[in-house]
Design a protein around this ligand. Structure first.
Ligand code: AMP
Ligand code: ZN
Length: 469
């Protein structure tokens, strides 16, 4: 069966084939690096990673670019107001460049910790100002943008398809008061491409005077530079549909006269108590918060990836525990396969593996139906355990399992490594627990903690892991 994805643009599931055979050009809207990313942001990023990994599993090469927004993203995605970077810089008594370097670094480190496949590039907006200026100049020359003082606006009236992604047409926008009349704008829907603000710290020279870019033009410029004028896939969270992606389409297509992107995919929100997890609402957890609760990196990935991306997901600690249990089961399974001494021969396990592979692919091909795909994995685990394979059969199963696991990247994630001394302490603590010597076990827990080893007690014994910095 062919791969089908739901396209936000056409509002239906469509067969996915890249424009160049076997090569996918994919752009993911990345973080605005003004603070710690929360696990809501990571729901969108994990979705993009699983999507990329599945396309690779299916034999395609994926040219993946995820940008870093380090200027121009205004509070509430508006055209005017405070730049998120500069607002945070004020709070921390630093300059926005320091804020960008600090949180941008944290983001890249978290990607590593969470086992993301490396992207082709993580372009920073501040390093692509000339590319943005070039597109804006083209838009002005073609009459799709106009200059007022030192500002440049995109003229929405010149692009009749505006609204085709979000369904936001002028009447709705006005009725919902999502746009207001503006003294400089010819049409309240028009949006800024280049802005002048003497108070803004991050500024560049341009044909329109010193200023800084609008948030939307950044993603058009960076995607075009690394992936060309027509993308195969563009992703983001659902809040990116409007205005961000609607505006990206308008300015890119007006500039190039070509379709900007063939498949738009959006992850729905991660919620807390029914509300969007967000920095501004203050109802967020960082990745580190989750690690502190004893949830491992593969379990967090699994927890975020295994509820369908087109359904909002409510965050609960119970769901994280369930995810941890699932990942532990898979890790345990893989371990047992490496040490198998059962009787079932290769011929007995082959049909089970074949069925799991087929069901897994059938699920993922259907707009990433992760419930079906993960059910296929666990059916395989159950049946192989029941069969109890001999060493050769187990090796066969393990290879097949590892291939499937390249998609969610859980069980094969590298385990934490402990020093000899730490292992001795862990063994001593396990012994103290089995002889019910609780004070000693607590003392050893503290000693381990001081060395950066956190221990959680589970029904299957203690589980140590290294604290993440
Ligand atoms: P930002 O750092 O605000 O630019 O957001 C980075 C990415 O995270 C964007 O693609 C957002 O759409 C996405 N995002 C933000 N909050 C959530 C959430 N609660 N659930 C899922 N995705 C989110
Ligand atoms: Zn973007």
């Amino acid at each position: 069966m062919a791969i089908q994805f739901y396209n936000t643009l056409t509002k239906q599931k469509e067969e996915f084939t890249p424009q160049e055979k076997g090569v996918v050009r994919m752009y993911n809207c990345g973080p605005t690096v003004y603070s710690y990313p929360h696990i809501g942001n990571f729901r969108s990023f994990v979705f993009a990673d699983v999507l990329r990994r599945y396309l690779e599993y299916r034999g395609m090469e994926v040219k993946q670019v995820m940008n870093i927004t380090d200027v121009g993203h205004i509070t509430a995605d508006a055209d005017e107001g405070e730049d998120k970077m500069e607002a945070q810089a004020k709070k921390e008594k630093k300059d926005p460049w320091q804020i960008a370097a600090h949180y941008g670094g944290i983001f890249l480190d978290l990607r590593k910790q969470l086992g993301f496949a490396d992207a082709l590039a993580h372009p920073k907006a501040t390093e692509h100002i000339p590319e943005m200026i070039a597109i804006i100049e083209k838009l002005v020359a073609k009459g799709h943008a106009y200059v007022v003082g030192n500002n440049v606006y995109f003229s929405v009236a010149t692009f009749p398809n505006y609204g085709k992604l979000s369904g936001n047409i002028t009447e709705d926008l006005e009725a919902g008061a999502r746009i207001e009349p503006h003294p400089d704008k010819k049409d309240p829907r028009d949006f800024a491409l280049w802005k002048h603000d003497p108070k803004h710290i991050m500024q560049w020279d341009s044909p329109w005077g010193r200023g800084f870019p609008g948030w939307h033009i950044e993603c058009s410029a960076m995607s075009m530079k690394y992936l060309g004028e027509t993308l195969d896939i563009h992703t983001g969270g659902e809040d990116n549909i409007f205005p961000h992606h609607e505006c990206e389409i308008a300015q890119s297509e007006a500039a190039n006269g070509k379709p900007f992107c063939r498949m738009w995919m959006h992850a729905r929100f991660l919620l807390v108590d029914g509300q969007k997890m967000s920095k501004s609402a203050g109802n967020f957890y960082t990745v580190e918060d989750v690690f502190r609760h004893g949830v491992t990196a593969p379990a967090l990935r699994w927890g975020l990836a295994t509820s369908h991306y087109r359904q909002q997901m409510n965050f609960t600690w119970e769901s994280m525990q369930v995810a941890q249990g699932s990942v532990d089961k898979l890790i345990e399974f893989r371990k047992r396969l490496s040490d198998a001494h059962g009787k079932a021969p290769l011929e007995a396990v082959k049909p089970v593996v074949e069925k799991a592979r087929k069901d897994f692919e059938k699920g993922m091909d259907d707009d990433l139906n992760v419930s079906e795909a993960t059910a296929a994995l666990f059916t395989m685990v159950r049946e192989i355990n029941r069969l109890d394979p001999d060493p050769a059969a187990a090796a066969f199963v393990r290879d097949a399992f590892d291939k499937l696991d390249t998609v969610f990247n859980t069980a094969s994630a590298p385990p934490d490594v402990f020093t000899d001394e730490e292992q001795k302490l862990l063994a001593a603590r396990a012994a103290a627990r089995s002889s019910k010597n609780w004070p000693e076990s607590d003392r050893l827990r503290k000693e381990l903690e001081a060395k950066g080893v956190l221990v959680e007690d589970t029904a299957r014994g203690q589980r140590p892991r290294r604290a993440r910095k």
